[in-house]
Design a protein around this ligand. Sequence first.
Ligand code: CAA
Length: 293
Amino acid sequence: METDQIVKSPNHTIGVVGAGQMGHGIAQVMLRAGYTVILLDATKFLVDAGAKRIAKGLARDVEKERVTAAQRDQALARLKPTIEPADFAEADFVIEAVTEKFEVKAAVLGSLEAHCRADAIFASNTSSISITRLAAAAGRPTKFVGLHFFNPVPVMKLVEVIPGLQTAPETVEKAVALATSGGKTPVRVNDFPGFVSNRVLMPMINEAIFSLMEGVADAAGIDNVMKLGMNHPMGPLELADLIGLDVCRDIMLVLYESFRDSKYRPCPLLEKMVAAGWLGRKTGRGFYEYGKQ
Ligand code: CAA
């Protein structure tokens, strides 16, 4: 199959690697758009957990009358959970959504390369790591692109589309078309650390954590200032809990190490909370307590 058919027919196969918070959301969006999705993770437990979250998300779509029960059933029938990278042989488009660490992403992308068709496009959902660097690690630099979704993926409209230095223009066009077909609004952004979204968002969150650490206000006070004064839908500390404090710390480190500028140093309180395992909603505790998740 020619990859340029990706934009024309829903009967294509998207391989999503990583069934966590971002990966399961991306898979849900692609299933809803009519694609077949192969969902890959390292263990059966992880991949089954992702599939369960997708089923729950699609059930919510039925409740809200965004899809019919029959469409939900068809979408779920197009979901192929697996722990075998060899199953990506059928994929037209691969979206990587694993841990936000270069070494982990590079190892996963490198291991998939041998199993995928030469004409398959690879995309990374990285929130801050250089697409050019990941493209080199994946071994297909002209067919590699950044496709950065936002949390919660089924709800948020934006996808940053980021070409690396060697990305072919048709790869970018196909990534834009894929995002659009999933109901998202793509914005093209150049390959600089943190792109636009996290270069602007993460220093704000980090500064909110410094404000908490220095006792400028308590967590609710800081969040209320930003919600009521700036009309943000969530305060920065609530948002950090949603994103995951480990993810916030990892992104700050990418900015810090890439620009070598102390203004991007992760706040010591953020480091301490990550060390304690208080990672936000996913562990039941971050700046707020959530009970058992
Ligand atoms: N997962 C899936 N769906 C969710 C969700 C979640 N975690 N949280 C809320 N939703 C859904 C709700 O189910 C609801 O959908 P329905 O239409 O089915 O009811 C919808 O979102 C609206 O939710 P609510 O009415 O409960 O709440 P709300 O109006 O307060 O909106 C919100 C919730 C959409 C999360 C909103 O608070 C918001 O936009 N917050 C900011 C989120 C944001 O900034 N995300 C970007 C983070 S940065 C990032 O992801 C990139 C990165 O690289 C770190």
